[in-house]
Design a protein around this ligand. Structure first.
Ligand SMILES: [Zn+2]
Length: 297
């Protein structure tokens, strides 16, 4: 299979991993095999259970700072083969979500600021959120970055590094540098968008986890070597170990909720974003939503 074909499959499959996040998604296209594979095999690692969430939510150092995850920001006409309600969002809906944050004075903080707070080296304003993007698709540069810059919202972008400068559907290194200069952060999503839980070959694991980090450091500087996001949200102890050993500061999983603590920094929980605005409001402004409900006749 050619490399471009691999990248195309990875892009089509996106990062989805959990069946509940895909509950509203259209039926899986039989031509998009990786998604079906993910749905049928993603129970291999069950250590990140609700019991673990309980622990995080009640740990003394835990914080409720939702890490929002976006993928493609593009018109429906361009969504094409991208499947899943959590994999594509229309630009006008993304704009409405960002405007909601602005209008409700919800603090948007950088991923690094959240880590500082979790580590006890800093603090974040109550009710803060973190914005992230997976996969490095160029539609994020065209349809999300200008608005983030205008609103002064920091965000973190996780490209898989092999596609940069090779495939026009993905960022160029120059675009990533421009985004960094404007206050955005960059982290690794491996090199070829692979599941770290399936890798048996230590050399391949090293190439994906450490190799992508080295390349990000070479192209974008040390600031781009701190964060990792698991493709497909696929978690495994071996993957955690490889990420930790590579020198990253923390890693983001896909899904799991809104609470995190320093103790789960190698599997930080997050919230996949969809176009559902009431769900969005519940996630980013739970107090405001409950206040409105209480005030209702
Ligand atoms: Zn991904």
């Amino acid at each position: 299979m050619s490399l471009l074909r691999l990248i195309a499959l990875a892009a089509a499959a996106g990062c989805s991993s959990s069946s509940d996040q895909l509950a509203n998604a259209p039926a899986v296209d039989s031509t998009v095999a990786p998604v079906a594979a993910v749905l049928s095999t993603d129970t291999t690692d069950t250590s990140d259970t609700s019991a673990a969430s309980e622990t995080a939510a009640t740990a003394p150092d835990s914080l409720r700072v939702p890490i929002l995850v976006y993928h493609n920001i593009q018109p429906a006409s361009e969504a094409g083969a991208v499947r899943g309600a959590d994999l594509t969002m229309r630009p006008e809906v993304f704009a409405a979500q960002m405007q909601y944050l602005k209008d409700h004075k919800i603090p948007v903080v950088s991923f690094g600021a959240l880590l500082d707070a979790l580590e006890g080296k800093g603090s974040v304003s109550p009710g803060a959120v973190v914005i992230t993007f997976d996969d490095g698709r160029v539609n994020q540069y065209h349809n999300a970055f200008p608005l983030l810059k205008k609103l002064g919202f920091p965000a973190t972008f996780f490209p898989f590094t092999h596609a940069m400068d090779k495939n026009p559907r993905y960022f160029t290194w120059a675009q990533l540098q421009e985004m960094q200069s404007a206050g955005m952060s960059v982290g690794s999503h491996t090199s070829l968008h692979v599941r770290v839980d399936k890798m048996k070959d230590p050399k391949q694991m090293h190439a994906e986890v450490t190799g992508s980090r080295t390349l990000l450091g070479d192209k974008l500087g040390a600031a781009a070597t701190e964060l990792f996001s698991y493709p497909f949200g696929a978690l495994a102890t071996a993957g955690d170990s490889a990420v930790r050993a590579s020198g990253y500061r923390a890693a983001r999983a896909y899904g799991g909720g809104t609470w995190n603590s320093w103790g789960n920094r190698w599997r930080l929980r997050s919230v996949p974003m969809t176009e559902n605005m009431s769900r969005f409001q519940q996630i980013v402004n739970p107090d405001g939503v409950s206040a409105r409900k209480a005030a209702a006749p």
